[in-house]
Design a protein around this ligand. Structure first.
Ligand SMILES: O=c1nc2n(C[C@H](O)[C@H](O)[C@H](O)CO)c3cc(O)ccc3cc-2c(=O)[nH]1
Ligand SMILES: C[C@H]1O[C@@H](n2cnc3c(N)ncnc32)[C@H](O)[C@@H]1O
Ligand code: SF4
Length: 363
């Protein structure tokens, strides 16, 4: 039984035979993708306050020090991004920050917002005004929270991390695999195109990796909403000195993801954290969001490569590289996005033209 699954009311049936099949998968068993995609984004670290204290994470700040970007700051970042040709505003920040930090709650109140989700809605609107498509990853969300922002986001996401009960998530406030699965399921129920993934090297074993991927597959089979699964290595930083997975581990984990997931679900490898050229034959077909203008605030010591470097990587592998939007095209074609997002893409503005040029690039 997956920890927390019962208390969050999620029921995923992991097929034991499938676990055994995945445990025997090697990179030689999967095919290299015949094309690679990426998105151009700006990273907007809305707040560094977080209810959790994952031991691998340097992003969160203790209460008292945490900060909140103002609407003007968000607008500046988005404007710079749009001018640099980006299409995506990536809102990734601490989990339920207003729950534990009174200072954040008070600041939101002073600006006229009841909750971080009300504020997320407002800043998503700012991103749209500035010509970017929002993709928010606020961590775990309830159905009420997600409903509050779904129509102003092109897609959303949360990393499952792992279905295992690992020490990295231990402590009085910790991520619960069941709650992560409930968030992914809620996205499916609300029809939100979704990004998730596994974090490799946080104390999970091979069986846990297989189970995590199968849990994602099952939720996708029910709802069809998972656009991509990130296979992310944990990287060392001042809080995490327990190492990073080696190349052989990343190759096998990436191949396992490819073998576990149906072909329409992309396998994403982050080019600032993983040795992408050595993973391409393991089934990677997407390089995620890279930013020409902002840092990866979660892993600030790992700069994103320039788009030219991605072109080199693709050329060396002999596959075409194309830019995509934060929402995969099949969801647009099948009417998953709100009128708001569709209008942003179809309108006759500079932003609309930029979005449509990216869609044409993917043809
Ligand atoms: O640059 C990063 N982008 C991360 N992204 C963004 C991702 O690279 C792109 O923004 C998506 O591919 C959407 O286009 C995430 C998105 C999610 O929904 C969930 C988790 C992540 C994690 C990261 C991350 O650690 N670093
Ligand atoms: C947004 C995502 O960032 C990831 N994340 C947090 N800390 C690290 C780290 N040290 N290395 C790699 N990924 C990390 C988690 O998977 C989280 O869900
Ligand atoms: S990984 Fe996310 S949930 Fe965990 S401490 Fe960092 S910001 Fe919080």
């Amino acid at each position: 039984m997956i920890p927390g699954a019962e208390s969050h009311g999620v029921n995923v049936d992991i097929d034991r035979q499938e676990v055994e099949r995945l445990l025997s998968v090697t990179p030689a068993d999967v095919e290299a993708a015949d094309e690679l995609t990426f998105a151009r984004n700006v990273f907007v670290p809305l707040t560094t306050a977080c209810r959790y204290t994952c031991t691998y994470c340097t992003y969160y700040d203790p209460p008292g020090q945490a900060s909140l970007l103002s609407a003007e700051e968000v607008r500046d970042i988005c404007r710079t991004g749009a001018e640099a040709g980006c299409t995506e505003a990536l809102f990734t920040f601490g989990d339920d920050p207003d729950e534990r930090y009174t200072a954040i709650h008070r600041q939101l109140e002073a600006w006229g917002y009841d909750s971080i989700h009300e504020y997320l809605r407002a800043v998503s609107e700012i991103a749209l005004e500035e010509g970017l498509l929002p993709h928010a990853n606020p961590g775990d969300q309830t159905r009420e929270q997600m409903s509050q922002v779904a129509d102003v986001n092109a897609s959303m996401g949360v990393m499952l991390e792992t279905t295992a009960d690992v020490r990295a998530h231990a402590g009085p406030r910790s991520k619960s695999p069941g709650q992560r699965l409930a968030t992914i399921r809620t996205a499916g129920e609300l029809g939100v195109p979704f990004t998730t993934g596994i974090l490799v090297g946080i104390g999970e074993d091979w069986r846990d990796r297989a189970e995590s991927l199968l849990a994602i597959r099952e939720l996708h089979e029910r709802h069809g909403h998972v656009q991509e699964v990130i296979v992310q290595p944990v990287v060392e930083n001042e809080r995490w000195d327990s190492g990073s997975p080696d190349l052989a581990t990343m190759r096998r984990a990436t191949a396992m993801a490819r073998a576990a997931l149906p072909p329409e679900v992309s396998v994403q490898s982050p080019p600032n954290l993983a040795p992408v050229p050595e993973l391409l034959d393991c089934g990677v077909d997407d390089l995620g969001g890279v930013s020409p203008v902002t840092d990866d605030h979660i892993n600030p010591e790992h700069a994103w490569p320039a788009v030219d470097r991605l072109r080199e990587i693709a050329a060396e592998a002999g596959v075409p590289l194309s830019e995509r939007l934060p929402v995969y095209e099949r969801y647009l074609d099948d009417g998953w996005c709100s009128d708001r997002i569709e209008t942003a893409i179809e309108t006759d503005t500079d932003a609309g033209k930029r979005f449509r040029a990216v869609l044409d690039d993917g043809q």
